[in-house]
Design a protein around this ligand. Structure first.
Ligand code: NAP
Length: 307
């Protein structure tokens, strides 16, 4: 397989780069100035830069897109289907890390963990105690998108004594969690809304002003899905005007740009899209990306096929 051309779209993992280099002829889109049209049979993208129609059109020999992410929103799936290009992703192996972080974000936002840390490091403790914060255990939790990650968040929240409700397109027969057929009703009936849906044309801005207002001044939004699931302008104005209680955000609409007003707020916790970024999981994801490519070029069934 050394002669098979594989292109990475952006730097993502040094380990993945090394593993690809050992097995294939590796091209790096960000370093390459020559045309790779005749050389590339596989693309490895991620949650930042995937395979859009322009990239796919520029690679007539492309056979497979193996993405270092579970999210497929940066891949033109329709074009891949049309061209018969296979697509794989990295489901399941990252679910624990992302759901752990979602709970961490809820705790950090409600208990003001980052502000507490800053209070201690600034020496302010000597002048008096930190303000009271808000309890997490026992809260009512809404989950927008009860998929792999949403279900893992629910399982964790159950251990905190939380009650769980959810919204997705289909009502699950295998759970007793309360189902709402739309996001507004879910938000109106929970205290903390976790956004864990996939990003598609239908879910873009699914958390709109109406949903944010329904969550209300005591409500907290936690987004570990994708930035564009939330109307970010609406979110910022609701937080600034006190129409929403707080937000814990791992993802943003125009990463790495974060809206300026959020940087000034005390009721938010902001993370640089690190849901899956542990040493352990990044290696497991990389191994799965490589294994899918090996299966494809050896003519074996793909391990985690999307198309
Ligand atoms: P999944 O198992 O496919 O779950 C996706 C969920 O979204 C399903 O419950 C699906 O339910 C729901 N959904 C899809 N379209 C919908 C619609 N139109 N309206 C309402 N709900 C809808 O995927 P997963 O593995 O849990 O991952 C979920 C997402 O998390 C990924 O797509 C990715 O964007 C994001 N993610 C973020 C990070 C990070 O670092 N922050 C890391 C990994 C993943 P129905 O099909 O029943 O509607």
């Amino acid at each position: 397989m050394e002669n098979v051309g594989v292109m990475m779209t952006t730097p993502m993992s040094a380990y993945l780069e090394q593993q690809l280099q050992q097995r294939f002829t590796l091209f790096k889109l960000w370093e390459s100035s020559q045309s790779l049209a005749d050389s590339v049979k596989a693309v490895v993208g991620d949650a930042k830069i995937g395979a859009d129609s322009k990239l796919i059109d520029s690679l007539p020999r492309l056979e497979i897109v193996s993405t270092y992410s579970v999210g497929l929103d940066k891949i033109d799936l329709e074009k891949c289907r049309e061209r018969g290009i296979r697509v794989t992703n990295t489901p399941d192996v990252l679910t624990e890390d992302v759901s752990d972080l979602a709970i961490g974000l809820a705790l950090a936002t409600l208990r003001k963990i980052c502000a507490c840390h800053a209070f201690v490091t600034a020496g302010s403790w000597k002048n008096g105690d930190f303000q009271l914060t808000t309890k997490f255990s026992g809260k009512s939790i809404g989950i927008l998108g009860l998929g792999r990650i949403g279900s893992a968040i629910a399982k964790r929240a159950e251990a905190f004594g939380c009650t769980i409700s959810y919204h997705s397109r289909t009502k699950r027969q295998t759970t007793n969690y309360r189902y709402y057929s739309n996001a507004v009703d879910l938000a109106a009936n929970c205290q903390i809304l976790f956004v864990a849906s996939s990003l598609t044309n239908e879910t873009q801005h699914i958390v709109n002003r109406e949903v944010i207002n329904a969550l209300g001044p005591q409500g907290v939004l936690v987004n570990i899905g994708r930035g564009a699931l939330v109307d970010e302008h609406g979110l910022v104005s609701a937080l600034c005007e006190g129409r929403l209680g707080g937000a814990g955000l791992d993802v943003f609409e125009n990463e790495p740009d974060v809206p300026e007003p959020l940087l000034e707020l005390e009721n938010v916790v902001l993370l640089p899209h690190v849901g899956t970024d542990t040493v352990e999981t990044s290696m497991t994801m990389a191994d799965l990306v490589v294994a899918n490519l090996e299966c494809h070029f050896l003519g074996k069934p793909l391990l985690t096929p999307v198309i």
